[in-house]
Design a protein around this ligand. Structure first.
Ligand SMILES: NC(=O)c1ccc[n+]([C@@H]2O[C@H](COP(=O)([O-])OP(=O)(O)OC[C@H]3O[C@@H](n4cnc5c(N)ncnc54)[C@H](O)[C@@H]3O)[C@@H](O)[C@H]2O)c1
Length: 445
């Protein structure tokens, strides 16, 4: 049996380890944070991700899944080591590879068998080549180590489902040995395996994420134009989506993409392209549109409220999207910061994101355990995340609970007609009140 170790028990590493065990492999997950490993050994997931807790308990009890901080012991016995540690953004926009190289060094110093190291973390093109050289240069034992790329495409909120039913598995390999090992590991998943060289595999990941980010920014750009010309973005994207070449995914306008991937992966590829003397103009535009889009709601609210000083503001939704407790690059963060800096009292509701938000604002924000409580006596309300608990609110609540029912919805959760019927001042993204638009008289010369 192949001994598999996964380095990093975050969204990618933990889900990978658990799903590999679920299909029958023997897996050890390593993390350097003792608290996370303690929780995992009690059968509790440190991250919110549907299905994960059940699978952790099931596979741990079956003896297929173990958790440890003892990387020395784990790497010494491994045939295959997946690296799933973070690659956050450096201040200049480039990818920070410190975590990847720390693990690479730990592997080099402890591995005692021939071993395939598989990089799942999103890394700049050429990193797999460099990590392989780095490990070979730091080996303490006389063993063969090869590096393969295996980028991850799961989405937070559906990570387990995405892994067990992936649309494709991309492997970047430079030898038949690496291809055979990875094909064998992924065989039980019964998913299409696309094999290519390491640099192409690294590029597939960036190109995919940046394309999705671009799609979001494009829709937001068109939504903004809809507001200026009296078109409705929902009708527009619906009309577009019937074209099979366009499809109906990622066409929702909003206050911009967030999360741990799109913001950093767009910047990292843009940075890398500039290093190579090439400017990725499309990706640059996606980044610029996204930066501005984040404050779209505040801009709208300022037209009704010249100052937020002393106002009670309800915030519904904190996470960067529903289905996750992750707040990395969530648009709620800069928006709440701005509101607090301007002297507003912020009362926030989120079904799972509160504990993480408290790490940023432990006392400055009042956390409420229901939308109703957040709305009580509020002067205005911002909707930042389209959680079901928020989408399904009875719109009359805004009128009944708030001091003045001004609602700025960054995720187009409610229909314009329902908002009108409920008697609230409602603004959303790309859906202007078309009655305000008069036909401009043509000047005939
Ligand atoms: N989150 C996603 O949706 C997603 C999707 C696809 C790809 N990715 C990529 O996967 C990588 C990981 O992302 P994530 O969101 O899972 O990160 P994360 O921050 O949630 O998890 C990283 C984990 O690695 C651990 N770690 C750090 N140094 C370590 C070490 N030396 N040994 C063992 N563990 C160590 C951390 O404690 C943490 O638990 C990134 O490159 C990211 O871009 C993420």
């Amino acid at each position: 049996m192949t001994n598999i170790t996964v380095a990093g028990t975050g969204y990618v590493g933990l889900v990978t380890g658990v799903c590999l065990a679920e299909v029958g492999h023997s897996v050890t997950c390593v993390d350097n944070i003792q608290d996370k490993i303690d929780l995992l050994n009690k059968g509790i997931s440190p991250i919110y991700e549907p299905q994960l807790d059940e699978l952790i308990v099931k596979n741990s009890q079956a003896g297929k899944l173990a958790f440890t901080t003892d990387y020395e012991g784990a790497y010494a016995q491994s045939d295959v080591i997946f690296i799933g540690v973070g690659t956050p953004e450096n201040e200049d926009g480039s990818a920070n590879l410190n975590f990847v190289y720390t693990v690479a060094r730990q592997i080099a110093e402890n591995v005692q068998r021939d071993c395939l190291v598989v990089i799942k973390s999103t890394v700049p093109i050429g990193t797999n080549d460099k990590v392989e050289v780095f490990i070979k240069n730091h080996l303490k034992h006389d063993v063969n180590v090869e590096v393969a790329s295996n980028p991850e495409f799961l989405a937070q909120g559906t990570a387990v489902r995405d892994t067990l039913n992936a649309s494709r598995i991309v492997i970047g390999v430079e030898s038949n040995y690496a291809k055979e090992v990875l094909t064998g590991i992924y065989e039980p998943f019964n998913q299409p395996i696309l094999s290519m060289n390491r640099r192409s595999a690294e590029m597939v990941k960036y190109a995919s994420n940046d394309f999705l980010a671009l799609k979001i920014s494009f829709v937001n750009d068109i939504a903004n134009l809809c507001e200026a010309v009296g078109a409705n973005i929902e009708d527009v994207t619906n009309g577009m989506s019937y074209d099979a070449r366009i499809g109906n995914k990622f066409l929702n306008p909003g206050i911009g993409y967030g999360g741990s991937c799109f913001p950093k992966d767009t910047k990292a590829l843009h940075w890398l392209s500039e290093e190579e003397g090439y400017v990725l103009r499309t990706v640059k535009a996606a980044i610029e549109v996204n930066e501005k889009q984040r404050f779209k709601l505040i801009k709208k609210a300022r037209q009704d409220f010249p100052t937020f000083q002393g106002l009670k503001i309800a915030v519904l939704g904190l996470t960067f999207k529903p289905g996750t407790d992750d707040l990395r690059e969530a648009p709620s963060i800069p928006n709440v910061r701005l509101l607090l800096n301007q002297g507003a009292q912020v009362h926030a509701f989120d079904p799972v994101g509160v504990e993480n938000f408290k790490k940023i604002y432990p006392t400055q924000v009042v956390y409420e355990d229901s939308p109703e409580k957040a709305l009580e006596d509020a002067d205005l309300c911002f909707v930042f995340t389209e959680w079901d608990d928020i989408k399904t609110i009875d719109l009359n609540l805004f009128r009944e609970k708030m001091k003045t029912p001004y609602v700025y919805d960054g995720r187009n959760c409610y229909s314009l007609s329902a908002a009108k019927e409920a008697g609230i001042n409602y603004q959303s993204i790309g859906r202007p009140d078309v009655k305000e638009f008069k036909v401009k008289e043509e000047i005939v010369l």
